[in-house]
Write a protein that binds this ligand. Structure first.
Ligand code: FMN
Length: 335
């Protein structure tokens, strides 16, 4: 049973979609740390994918793959069209956001408020499934506001899985749409992992993944005893070095060893190409400030990236120089 399921959707670890954070530069960087984790884009509103500047919104480097495009929207026809566009761009999966609580999203009546309309979400998934051949997945919450998570989550899960969703990721807390900011909505409503484990028992043959508050690879492994996948958001962003253990510890690739010197070298040359194309060093390095968190020299490394690397005209040599402040410590640890 597990074998078949994992063949259908084998992503035991994913980096969560995060607006303004998991852009293409961030994903390119994360891909240097793990070859196996599934990487998600920021949410792209279906209308924007259809009518907006597509290359700007959807363009990515093939090295980022496997990468999933997250869409926001509620209209099945538009979601299908946006999914088709995403597939043509080369995305490995299309994901529907049923969890974002921001006002902007609520005014468009999609994101977390779709927890109230499971049939509409099911129609959206069915339309996307009919439009593309890559997997179609959903990311949702336990419920919103006064909803009872026991019934609200089952209703959405039943609707989307019956419509053919290949995976359901559940952020294991409710969203409170009245009175909390999006940031508070990632912290204040309590986590309830057991609720997601129960959902998995209800759908033993389908992929159910968990998200919310997972701080490191040990915690991810703990969840994998109960569900099929673990999705890590803020911890992956703030302490990206945890991703360097994913291939070995989550996927069992014993030979997977990440050399941070090589990562910096690759990122410096990537940044060089980005700058040559008109971009700025900080577009790339802003995602890298937490890489050496907790190690000797990390403070100076971070300082260089948040000051010198942000100046106009800054070149990739600054990243290399920032790395020199931690490199000696890394060599000593390795010795
Ligand atoms: C800055 C930021 C932006 C986010 N943007 C999105 C988004 O676009 N789509 C989405 O489904 N969730 C979004 N989230 C929620 C995360 O995907 C994730 O569900 C949440 O952070 C809980 O996981 P964590 O505790 O591992 O961070 C965002 C979170 C953060 C911190």
């Amino acid at each position: 049973m597990t074998e078949t399921k994992q063949k259908m959707f084998g992503h035991k670890l994913a980096v969560a979609p995060m607006m303004d954070w998991t852009d293409r530069h961030c994903r390119f960087f994360h891909r240097q740390l793990t070859r196996r984790a599934l990487l998600y884009t920021e949410m792209v509103v279906a209308d924007a994918a259809i009518h907006g500047r597509r290359e700007h919104l959807l363009g990515f480097d093939a090295i980022e793959r496997p990468v999933a495009l997250q869409l926001g929207g509620a209209d099945p026809a538009k979601l299908a069209e946006a999914a088709r566009i995403g597939e043509a761009f080369g995305y490995d999966e299309i994901n529907l956001n049923v969890g974002c609580p921001s006002d902007r999203v609520q005014s468009g009546t999609f994101g977390a408020c779709l927890m109230r309309t499971p049939a509409l979400v099911g129609d959206g998934v069915a339309a996307m499934k009919a439009a593309v051949s890559v997997p179609v997945t959903v990311k949702c919450r336990l419920g919103v506001d006064e909803q009872d998570p026991e019934t609200a989550l089952d209703a959405v899960a039943d609707a989307v899985l019956a419509a053919g969703a290949d995976a359901l990721w559940v952020h294991a807390r409710k969203a409170w749409l009245e009175g909390l900011s999006p940031k508070e909505n990632r912290e204040v409503p309590p986590l309830d992992y057991d609720r997601v484990y129960r959902l998995k028992k209800r759908w033993p043959d389908r992929f159910v993944g968990i998200n919310g508050g997972i701080g490191d690879i040990d915690e991810a492994l703990g969840h994998l005893a109960f569900v099929d996948g673990a999705m890590v958001g803020r911890a992956a962003y703030h302490t990206p070095a945890i991703l360097a253990d994913v291939d070995r510890r989550i996927y069992g690739d014993q030979g997977a060893v990440v050399d941070m010197g090589n990562v910096i070298e690759t990122m410096a040359s990537y940044a060089g190409r980005h700058i040559a194309a008109g971009g700025r060093l900080a577009h790339v390095t802003r995602h890298m400030t937490g890489l050496f968190h907790g190690q000797a020299g990390a403070r100076r490394y971070r300082q260089i990236l948040s000051t010198e690397a942000t100046r106009p005209g800054a070149g990739p040599d600054i990243l290399v120089r920032a790395f020199e402040t931690v490199a000696r410590g890394l060599e000593e640890t390795a010795a």
